[in-house]
Design a protein around this ligand. Structure first.
Ligand code: ARG
Length: 396
């Protein structure tokens, strides 16, 4: 087969494998977005007079059909095709002939990949927001079921003050909703139209209407000047992964609490049978593996963020192939975050606090020491430090 940039020479097999890397597999999720962006680009070329009515229709229909067939599993990007962009143009040309070769006028894979990625990222940010809010909703459900049960609050993993299951759960709800808001904020950097910047320097000799593709694709603004587009690759990605890392931090801390509460020694919660796993040797075990894996996934997502931050960090301006390496950790981080939210939802849905243990642990009198000191101040007007010492003496 011939690649888009093929001028007749043979590409070494080892070099092909290395440069295409995982792209042909990773780009699978970009196909639908590349179809959308390419149709918008073709419509703009048509409006500017560079494409006939007939060619524009053939391109749009051909790309729509290819997108549908890809979604139905009828074709996949091959290693030889390198990436989604090459696969689509090649297959389009095979389908509609000469007109397929007209779609790439005024663009490069460099702005094309960013257009597809940003459309994908906007959807991913929306899905992750929903996922974070779904965990918060499950915790609201727990609060409605068992929120009034007493619970010790812990600092340094030592009993500190009496709270309730509701107050404990609502802390996570508040942060998860804040994580969702953070994910919404990360959209700003994705919401810029890269199309028309071409390889990075525009399309000399053509009238490319960047505003038109912006409007068709629903980007908030045109990214200008053209030279900033390639400088920005990786930034929206890192912004999203940063928000993912914060969300994973909250899920990890929730998991840590539940793992502690689930120990035999605490016995504060029960997990539904269907979310625990067994041991291959110890028949009595019901292990909370899924919670441990969520906690562990936080480290992986933080690693993804670092990898994405590292890829463009010391590059000169303009497109460099290094940037392709952003996609693997980006997709991995997004997927892990979404899957972790889904699994936590399942676990919280079947979670039950054990009322007797809640009462027992939360009724230890020393938990009320600070409250007693506060009351002494309120009732007797003595200084807090004096009241503190009085209570400390009683507690000895
Ligand atoms: N797969 C490539 C990437 O993700 C697409 C752009 C390739 N551009 C190029 N000039 N080789 O970066």
């Amino acid at each position: 087969m011939t690649r888009l940039w093929d001028k007749g020479g043979q590409l070494d097999e080892t070099v092909l494998r290395y440069t295409a890397g995982e792209d042909h597999r990773l780009d699978s999720r970009l196909v639908a977005y590349d179809v959308r962006a390419s149709i918008a680009h073709a419509a703009m070329l048509h409006a500017a007079g560079y494409l006939s009515d007939q060619d524009k229709a053939a391109i749009a229909d051909g790309l729509e059909a290819l997108g549908k067939e890809h979604a139905a599993g009828e074709w996949a990007i091959s290693l030889e095709e390198e990436d989604a962009h090459t696969a689509l143009e090649r297959r389009l040309t095979a389908r509609i002939g000469e007109a397929g070769g007209r779609v790439h006028l005024g663009r490069s894979r460099n702005d094309q990949v960013l257009a597809a990625l940003r459309l994908y990222l906007k959807d991913a940010a929306f899905d992750l927001r929903r996922a974070a809010n779904a965990v918060a909703d499950e915790l609201d459900g727990l609060n409605a079921r068992q929120g009034r049960l007493p619970l010790p609050g812990y600092t340094h993993m030592q009993p500190a003050m009496p709270i309730s299951v509701g107050l404990w759960a609502c802390g996570f709800v508040g942060e998860l909703r804040d994580d969702a808001a953070g994910l919404a904020g990360a959209v700003r950097r994705m919401d810029r139209n890269p199309l028309g910047s071409g390889a990075g320097f525009g399309a000399p000799g053509l009238n490319i209407d960047r505003e038109q593709t912006r409007a068709r694709l629903g980007f908030a603004e045109v990214q200008a000047p053209v030279t900033s587009v390639q400088l920005s690759r990786g930034k929206a990605e890192a912004g999203l992964l940063f928000e993912c890392a914060l969300l994973m931090q909250d899920l990890g801390r929730l998991a840590s609490d539940l793992l502690l509460f689930y120990t035999r020694e605490f016995s504060l919660v029960r997990l539904a049978d269907e979310v625990t796993t067994g041991s291959s040797i110890m028949p009595q075990k019901r292990n909370p593996d899924a919670l441990e894996l969520v906690r562990g996934a936080g480290a992986a997502v933080r690693g993804c963020l670092l990898e994405v931050l590292g890829a463009p960090a010391s590059l000169p301006s303009g497109y460099q192939r290094d940037l392709q390496r952003i996609k693997a950790p980006l997709f991995r981080g997004i997927d892990l975050t979404g899957e972790s939210c889904a699994v936590i939802c399942r676990i919280v849905r079947g979670l039950r606090f054990v009322p007797e243990r809640c009462e027992e642990l939360a009724s230890a009198p020393d938990l009320r020491a600070a409250e007693r000191a506060n009351r002494l101040v309120a009732e007797q007007g003595i200084s807090f430090r004096k009241a503190y010492r009085k209570v400390a003496k009683q507690e000895e």
